[in-house]
Every structure is written in C-alpha cells, then in structure tokens.
Design a protein around this ligand. Structure first.
Ligand SMILES: [Zn+2]
Length: 385
C-alpha cells in the first residue's frame, strides 16, 4: 500500500483488488459514503495498484517508481479532477489551470504534496465551487490516446457532485466519456453526497459504499498520530460521529474543552433560573456566530448526559465515554437520584433537530431547559418549573 496510515475498509478493498487481478475492473466506480471515511485515499490506492510494478498480496508495493509517482499525482496515467475557482475568464479549449491565479496554482501544487503523505487531507482551493467544464474537456482530449506508461489510466474525480453545480454542463460532458469508455481506463468518482449527482452519471458507475469508521478506529488513530489520551480520543471519535479528519482537526486545535463542557453542565443542572437563562443566551449567541462550535458543544453535552443515563441504567463503567471523569458523573447521579437522564439526553438531541428545521434557537433552547428540568425531577413529578 502507498498510505501506511490509511485505515483500510477491508471488504471494499478486497473487491477492488480482486477485480483488478481478475481483469474485471469496472470502467467507472462511484465511491460514496459519509465524509471522512477515507474514500479518496482508497481511490488513490487503486490508482497506484493498477500501475504498480511489483504489487503484493495487499495492494501496491508503495516503493516502485510508479507508486511514488502515483502517490504524488505525478504519474502520467493518473489524472485528478477537483473543483477549481474560476478567477480568470477562459475560452473553450483552454486548460483548466488557466482559470487560476498563479498563487492558486502554487497552492494546489502544495496541497497535492500534502495529499501525497496524508490520505485524509482534503484538497480545497478557496472559491472552488464547481468542477470546471474545461477540466472535463481536457480529459476528453487525452482519454482516447494510449496511456503514457504501461498500466491503466485512472481518472480520479473528487467531490464529484460538483460536476453538477451550478449547471450540469461538466457532468453532461463527462457522461459522453462514460458512455463510450476508453480502453484501459478506470474512472473513480468520489463523493459524500451521491444524491446530488445526475442519475445518468450514477447509473453508469458501479457504486461502492464506504461506511463511517468505527469509534475504535478513529480513537486508535488519534492516540497513535495525535498523541491524544484514551479519554479524549474516545470523546472526539464520538462527537464527530467517526469523521476522522474532523476529529483529528479538533484534537490538533483545542482538544476537548472540558472546562467549557463543565460550565455547560453546571448551568444546566443548577437550581437557579438565572443560570438557565445564561445558558440559553450564551448558546443562542454561539449558534449565531459559530454554528459548528455550537453543534460540537451540544454534542458534548449530549454525550455527558448519555453517560449519566448509561451509568444509571447499567451501573457499568465499561461503555462510559467520559471514563476519566467517573467521579464527577457519579456526583451528578447522586445529586439527582430521581432524574430521568434518557429524557434529558433526548431533550438536547431535540434542539439539533429543531434547528435543522429552522426553529428559533432561543425557543428551541428554552424548550430544552424546560424538558431537562422536568427530567431532573424524575418521571413521577411534574418538575419544578
Ligand atoms: Zn509499486
């Protein structure tokens, strides 16, 4: 393999590698599934495998000149298409890079270098909203020529849904290629959002689903590569729902801000209505200014309450996410012996659902407080609100 750090989806990889060995590769694949699951890394691994000079049982050797070139996107048989910003007006036959400023071209080259060492790195140029039709036209100019070196030509199209934005012109141009696929060529379209692709494109590709990594896999990665502690790694894996690059970024930035979570929990569980009001105001403001940070805090809060529910029901410490904070969790359980922590957890979840439906944040958060207060009083009482 060319990426030692790629967490392999074994079933998907076995299917691809054995299709290659049996000379039964599809002309076009659609790698789809949630963000951060390693789809692009697997696509580049396949591009390397089909051009590698000494593949082993697992995949590409990772050492030969073809592998080195494939990894750095320097192999003449491997072509990469990504969304690009359109800075300059270009005409029909211009290469896509002509749409960029020199600084963008340098930036792209530097990001390709990063991608060569990190399968989870996301190539992104500012202002890149769509895949330019000139990128597809360039593919069409070379697609029917023989590959530059022995092996397979692999055309990687990342964020493939952007073929269809704002107009499906690039998608329609690609469709003509997919309808008459050139020999010795494999297209790999990669997307987190396959529903945004044209049906006609989807139906020409063999779909391969890449599920989210498990919490254990993400936590293991964070411990090994980010130096995260066991407790922090588990929390980050849960908060991000198994999105490895997002978890890694959070680990690199602030980690888990336990003091922020402690304050949230303290305000939520405090008996004074002024604390609840403070909580609603702070969170509503955060939602307005930094919606991602808001979502992370709500998820942390939900995990904390979920731990309380878990401990209350099972009395087992094994599945506790904040395992480093057992004493504090037990303190909360003792302080609210009749609480229905399951209802409290659901009340926090409900806020996120409400906000997706554009319900006013202050209203959604106030409802959360009312529901949590009632849950704290236990199922049998009407609460103290
Ligand atoms: Zn090789």
């Amino acid at each position: 393999m060319i990426y030692p750090d790629l967490i392999l989806h074994s079933d998907q990889w076995r299917r691809l590698a054995s299709a290659f060995r049996q000379e039964r590769l599809a002309h076009a694949y659609l790698f789809y599934g949630p963000a951060g699951s390693g789809k692009e890394g697997h696509a580049i691994e396949l591009a390397a495998l089909v051009n590698c000079r000494q593949p082993d049982d697992n995949g590409a050797c990772g050492q030969c000149p073809a592998c080195i070139k494939a990894k750095g996107m320097q192999h003449p048989n491997v072509q990469l298409v990504v969304p690009l910003p359109r800075r300059n007006g270009i005409s029909k036959d211009d290469p896509p890079l002509k749409a960029l400023r020199p600084a963008d071209v340098d930036n792209l080259a530097s990001q390709l270098g990063t991608k060569a060492g990190d399968p989870y790195f996301k190539i992104h140029l500012e202002g890149a909203q769509s895949i330019l039709i000139n990128s597809v036209r360039e593919l069409r100019r070379t697609a029917y020529l023989k590959p530059g070196e022995a092996g397979w030509r692999v055309i990687l199209i990342f964020e493939a849904e952007k073929l269809c934005y704002p107009q499906p012109a690039a998608a329609n141009a690609l469709l003509k290629l997919l309808e008459e696929p050139p020999d010795w060529t494999v297209f790999i379209l990669v997307t987190d959002r396959p529903h945004l692709l044209l049906d006609t494109i989807r139906s020409r590709c063999l779909g391969l689903y890449f599920p989210q990594l498990t919490s254990d896999q993400v936590a293991g990665y964070l411990k090994k590569h980010q130096g995260s502690t066991e407790g922090e790694a588990r929390v980050l894996a849960q908060v991000t729902g198994g999105n490895l690059p997002q978890a890694r970024q959070m680990a690199a930035e602030d980690g888990v801000q336990m003091e922020v979570l402690d304050q949230l929990v303290a305000n939520l569980l405090a008996p004074e209505p002024t604390s609840w009001q403070q909580l609603v105001n702070d969170l509503a403001l955060l939602r307005y200014r930094k919606s991602l940070e808001f979502a992370t805090r709500m998820q942390l809060l939900q995990l904390w309450l979920r731990d309380l529910m878990f401990l209350q029901k099972t009395h087992s410490e094994d599945g506790v996410i904040f395992s480093q904070r057992l004493a504090d969790l037990r303190g909360h359980l003792d302080a609210h012996p009749d609480a229905d922590w399951g209802t409290a957890t659901a009340a926090v979840q409900q806020v996120l659902i409400h906000l997706e439906r554009n319900i006013n944040p202050t209203l959604a958060l106030t409802n959360m407080i009312l529901d949590v207060r009632e849950a704290l009083g236990g199922k049998s009482t009407s609460g103290d609100v």
